[in-house]
Each structure stands twice: as C-alpha cells, then as structure tokens.
Design a protein around this ligand. Structure first.
Ligand SMILES: [Mn+2]
Length: 271
C-alpha cells in the first residue's frame, strides 16, 4: 500500500519554494494527522536543526512517521554541491549530507539528495561530474546502509540540474554504482518536464523507486493542474510500490488547503 506524506520546511532561505507547511513542526504534524496523512517529510537548514527528540515526540503523539529528510539546505544556504571543481567544496557537501543521513536515521527517515547533486559547468565536464556523483553516491549510500536507511537520489529537470534528467539515463547510471543502497525519488513535477510518458518512465524505474513527490504539472498540489494520475497510479501499483507519495508542492492557495487538496487526490488515486 502506498503511504501519504506532506512536507514541512524549516528553511527561511527556501521561502517561496514548493513545501506545504512552513516553520512550525507542531502545527504541521497536527494538521497532517487531522487530515489523515501517514507521515511528514522534513526540510531543515542542516543536521543540527533537525529536532530529533521533538520530532520523535510529535510523530508518536500524532501516530505519524517521518517519511524522509531533505538535504538541500547545503545548496540553498551554503551553495555547496557534489560536483564542484574543488575537493574541499565537495567534501563540505558530503559532510553536510552525511550528518543529515545520521540525524534522519535516528527517526528511520532516509535522506534525499536533490539540489545537492549540483551540475556540470565551467572546467568540470559531464563525465567528470558523473564520476563525482558516482563516488559520492557510493560513499554516502554505504554510509546510509550502515545507519539502516536507504539513500534517496532525485533526478531533477533540466532547469535545475544537467546531470541526469530522465529515467532511462538514471537507471543506466544506477547500474554503474557499487552500492545497492541508492533508491530513486520519482518527482512528478520534474518528470512532467522531462519524460515522454510519465507512467512508462515509472515502469522504467520499477523497483528502484524509493520515494515519490506527489504534485501537479505546475508544482501546485495534486489535482490543481493537468497531470493525468490514473496511469501514474496504475504504473506505481504495477511495480509494487509501497513507500511514500509525499506532497512537495507550492502551498497554493495556502498551506491548509494545499494539504487537503493533496490528501483528497491521494485518496482518490493512490490509496
Ligand atoms: Mn522533489
């Protein structure tokens, strides 16, 4: 059975971004539980800002899980990523992610590498960047394995990264990793931009899918644009997907309405 989740951002610098709830874990968890969500996905500025004990208490109180934790603060706040030309910056990025893997693991929540993957540009060739990404995913994937959680890698659309945008390229790249602990985040917004056919791409990912960002084509909540969810739901169910569909979308028209719209779409298509 696919489970529902909703995002809570604690990152001041990310304001205006695609997260449903903002800056208040207690209020976000209470609303998520009231609407019937299974879990929350938490985006914090850094590992130390993930309040592990508070989250453990809130999720226990509301019978929720923590679906995943984001790592994008390293990019949004520090402009670090895994494909920068100098080793010191790449190490900063890896250390930042490693600490978030450890914090999330205390809540059984895997970390997501999205914007921290970076891009190739300047003196860094595409091949060099893929080598940097491969090394980082191998190292961090094994680190996550030792902590008891998978590591989630999120292919982004072409306007956010030029490393891996499409399912067929991503699956081929996954085949070159030494670790078996990296899973894919299928974000329907990114896929709508890049894929010829979203449900076919989900079948291409198949067993590699470890998390879904459940959102509409314009990054508003599911049900607010022209995404066709019936074939998407069919493809996910066909692959046996049983992890989270998480609302990572703009809080449109406001946080509470966005959370309600998404859980209604989840119950209609994915439950
Ligand atoms: Mn996403």
């Amino acid at each position: 059975m696919i489970k529902s989740a909703v995002t809570i951002s604690l990152v001041k610098e990310a304001e205006g971004g695609p997260f449903i709830f903002w800056h208040d874990l207690a209020a976000g968890c209470a609303k998520a539980a009231e609407l019937g969500y299974d879990a929350v996905e938490v985006f914090a500025p850094n590992a130390d800002a993930i309040p592990v004990d508070e989250l453990r208490g809130l999720t226990a109180q509301h019978n929720l899980k923590v679906a995943a934790v984001g790592t994008g603060g390293g990019w949004v706040i520090h402009k670090w990523h895994l494909c920068q030309p100098d080793a010191a910056s790449r190490d900063n990025a890896k250390n930042f992610i490693r600490a978030i893997i450890d914090a999330g693991a205390q809540l059984s929540a895997p970390a997501i590498i999205g914007s921290m993957q970076g891009r190739f540009e300047g003196d860094v060739s595409k091949k060099q960047a893929h080598d940097f990404l491969r090394d980082a995913l191998n190292e961090l994937g094994e680190h996550a394995k030792a902590a008891g959680v998978p590591l989630i890698y999120e292919p982004l659309n072409r306007y956010e990264s030029n490393l891996l945008n499409r399912a067929e390229d991503t699956v081929e790249f996954l085949g070159t990793l030494d670790t078996d602990n990296v899973v894919i985040l299928a974000d329907l917004f990114h896929m709508n931009i890049e894929e010829t056919n979203i449900s076919e791409a989900l079948r291409t990912y198949g067993k590699h899918i470890g998390h879904v960002h459940f959102v509409d084509s314009n990054r508003r909540p599911a049900g607010c644009a022209h995404m066709d969810y019936a074939p998407i739901a069919a493809a996910l169910k066909e692959t046996g997907y049983d992890k989270y569909a998480s609302a990572e979308a703009f809080p449109w028209p406001d946080s509470d309405a966005a959370a309600k719209t998404t859980i209604d779409a989840f119950n209609k298509h994915l439950a």
